[in-house]
Design a protein around this ligand. Structure first.
Ligand code: SF4
Length: 314
């Protein structure tokens, strides 16, 4: 299916980046082991080449190429799990998580439904996680898919505690506001009996008690769980300041725990060496420069980029 597959590895951090190329697309997937593939394997795969959402911290938020087909979504997981995990049968992994959170907005690509059906059939024990920046679409197909497949999880990237700050970070206009996201999560919770997650990126301007209060006013801890993500740097080899970002994420997560949330901190490995973190996508950024005939500008194109250290000062 692929014309070229390149692999980049950070052995120390136990993470590998896969770059799959075809004539008109390049996409990235990331493979993590914690600490062995048998114990826990996490795979982040793409649903699009580029992305129309335009998130200002994301390396591919400026350009969009196209949605991936179901076969292209499944093909990333299949290639990695069947040939790249050192003789381990993927069906024997104690904890296997396949997340559509590398590149692309999954809620804008209905091919995901077919892809998840195939993945569930192949790897019935795997948790299949949808991570969405919450475009304003009808989520019924995602609710139905999540009822049909009991291993599907849902996470919305809220990232900020006000719509104003969120609009600056995610310029895509047709997206849900925080109140709509809260309602959508409640509907999903009612339909599936499982708790959705909200994902928050803490920085110096959104980690105050009033931010916690605003989140609490909308997102009921009886319905929602929280992920606090470490912010990654979108440019390759720029100063990542990751220790500082990590401390911020850990401190903010304790504030959420205090008000009743179950919280996990997401700190992607390999962000300083191979661009293993969210929105980094260094190789696709290079590919887009060299293959501009396939690339369309997204709403983010031309807007100010936001870098991890700049979020502190913004
Ligand atoms: S962070 Fe995700 S939703 Fe936002 S532009 Fe990047 S790929 Fe798209």
């Amino acid at each position: 299916m692929w014309k070229k597959i390149n692999v980049f590895e950070d052995q120390k951090e136990h993470v590998k980046k896969y770059v799959f190329e075809k004539e008109d697309i390049a996409i990235e997937s990331v493979l993590y082991k914690y600490p062995t593939y048998e114990e826990r394997t996490v795979l982040c795969i793409s649903t699009m080449c580029g992305c129309p959402m335009g998130c200002r911290f994301c390396g591919t938020g400026d350009y969009f190429v196209r949605n991936l087909t179901a076969e292209e979504i499944v093909g990333q997981a299949e290639y990695i799990l069947e040939s790249q995990i050192e003789g381990v049968n993927p069906r024997d992994i104690k904890k296997l998580q396949i997340m559509v959170m590398s590149m692309g907005e999954p809620a804008l690509n209905k091919n995901l439904a077919k892809a998840f059906e195939i993945l569930y059939e192949k790897y019935p024990g795997a948790a299949l996680l949808i991570s969405s920046s919450a475009p304003k679409v009808d989520y019924e197909w995602i609710r139905e898919l999540s009822v049909q497949i009991p291993t599907v999880g849902l996470q919305f990237s809220i990232h900020e505690s006000t719509d104003e700050a969120r609009n600056a970070l995610i310029p895509f206009k047709a997206k849900m506001n925080l109140e709509d996201i809260a309602k959508e999560g409640e509907l999903w919770n009612k339909a599936t009996g499982r708790k959705p997650f909200f994902n928050y990126c803490a920085h110096d301007n959104n980690d105050k008690p009033e931010d916690v209060q605003r989140i609490l006013n909308l997102f009921n801890p009886k319905v929602w769980e929280a992920t606090v993500s470490v912010i990654c740097e979108r440019e390759a080899h720029a100063e990542a300041r990751n220790d500082y970002q990590r401390d911020l994420a850990v401190e903010f997560s304790s504030k959420l725990v205090e008000v009743g949330y179950n919280v996990r901190v997401f700190d992607p490995a390999g962000q300083d060496t191979i661009g293993g973190g969210c929105g980094q996508l260094w190789y696709v950024q290079d590919w887009m420069k060299e293959n501009s005939e396939y690339v369309k500008p997204s709403v983010g194109c031309g807007l100010k980029k936001i870098h991890a250290p700049m979020l502190e000062k913004a």
